[in-house]
Design a protein around this ligand. Structure first.
Ligand SMILES: *Cc1c(COP(=O)(O)O)cnc(C)c1O
Length: 378
């Protein structure tokens, strides 16, 4: 059954639970087939209303900060893993209260916090993030292996004398990639760090695996996992963010005005910079239901937001009918890196958060107000 988007608030992020479950099934099957453990990387998708559901399929969460770790503990309460480029003294005691795995980014940090971990109120497994200096990511902003990277310990800086107490290694070098890139990366990780894996309990393959994408080669991923598990007798963790909620959500928006300036322009009640910042940062072009590339259909418009940033432009799209004030436009793949990154620049209100399933139809989970804007500013 199709969703009646006119019944959703505008603007709103709307998650189609049926599609989320479809992704979760794929991930769960991979866990069952290979014995690996899959964590939700919360930085991509932290809509905790769905954490109980996600927890039925996945093994826990990966966190980038104390707050994410705490959210994962409070709302899912399965395995909580944390990695940060550097931990702050003032957070660390609380991190140890909510986490199961703590991954360090340098041997300096490991030396600094090692004793505190040993004396923690719960058993904590520790890992070191390594930087294999091999990546197939082409965008500099997303390449953790670029020269002078601050992500992970390189082979030259690895200290084999300081491994006592470390249970695992972690690497994260992929971004929206297929399993061939993982296979190539693993060969380098093994060559540089394989010797150290022998005494360890686990390896974490990080995120960036686009596992739930149509053309993803699951068999090759399964082979990678099984080969490492067997060769080194390790538990294998994966912590995808995007893949969990890929193509499961929409941003429902409305046309506020239409006018001409050399070409037809439409202003929407949503902003690229406030509500879909990756459109400008990545950058990328989100799909709109029933719209085409410029010129593909009869009427082409430049779509922009209501902020005063000149570059608040989502892109050029074509439609078979002229756009009218009040028309609904629905952007696709807006579950990930949207709610977690939005902001109230210019005093633009935050989109509501809604869900859809067959039993309940559209359910509004959260609406935001002036107070959400105001509360951060003084
Ligand atoms: C970003 C990140 C992830 C998740 O990446 P996706 O591209 O969303 O799958 C996982 N682990 C670490 C350490 C990350 O930085």
């Amino acid at each position: 059954m199709n969703i009646d988007f006119t019944k959703a608030p505008s603007p709103s992020y709307l998650i189609d639970e049926r599609l989320l479950v479809k992704n979760l099934e794929i991930l769960k099957q991979l866990q069952e087939r290979t014995g690996c453990k899959i964590l939700l990387a919360q930085k991509a998708f932290s809509m905790f209303a769905y954490y109980p559901l996600i927890g039925e399929y996945l093994s826990g969460v990966a966190s980038s900060s104390l707050y994410e770790a705490r959210l994962g503990r409070e709302e899912m309460n399965k395995e909580v893993h944390i990695y940060s480029p550097a931990y702050d003294d003032k957070d660390f005691a609380e991190i140890l209260e909510v986490s199961d795995h703590v991954v360090f980014n340098s041997f300096g940090q490991w030396a600094k916090f090692k004793e505190q971990v040993k004396n923690a109120p719960r058993h904590i497994e520790c890992g070191m993030r390594v930087n294999p200096e091999y990546s197939e990511v082409e965008t500099g902003l997303y390449d953790p292996c670029a020269p002078y990277s601050r992500m992970g310990v390189t082979e030259a800086n690895f200290d084999p004398e300081a491994l006592d107490g470390l249970d695992g290694l972690h690497f994260h070098t992929l971004c929206e990639q297929n399993s061939d890139a993982l296979e190539h990366t693993l060969a380098v990780v093994e060559r540089k760090f394989g010797n150290y894996l022998k005494g360890m309990k686990w390896i974490n393959f990080g995120g960036g695996h686009h596992i739930t994408r149509q053309d993803y080669d699951l068999d090759r991923l399964a082979q990678c996992i099984t080969a490492i598990k067997e060769k080194y007798d390790l538990e294998v963790y994966l912590e995808p963010g995007e893949a969990v909620a890929l193509n499961t959500g929409y941003l429902v928006t409305t046309v506020l005005d239409v006018f001409e300036n050399g070409m037809p322009i439409a202003i929407l009640d949503t902003s690229a910079t406030c509500h879909m910042p990756d459109v400008l940062e990545m950058p990328y072009r989100p799909e709109i239901i029933n719209a085409g590339k410029p010129g593909e259909q009869a009427h082409t418009y430049r779509l922009g937001g209501p902020t005063c940033l000149s570059g608040d432009v989502i892109g050029d799209y074509s439609f078979d009918q002229p756009l009218q004030v009040g028309d609904r436009l629905v952007f696709c793949d807006m579950a990930i890196y949207s709610m977690v990154k939005n902001n109230t620049f210019n005093g633009i209100a935050l989109p509501a958060i809604a869900s859809y399933n067959e039993e309940d139809g559209i359910r509004v989970i959260k609406e935001f107000s002036y107070d959400d804007f105001r509360s951060r500013l003084s």
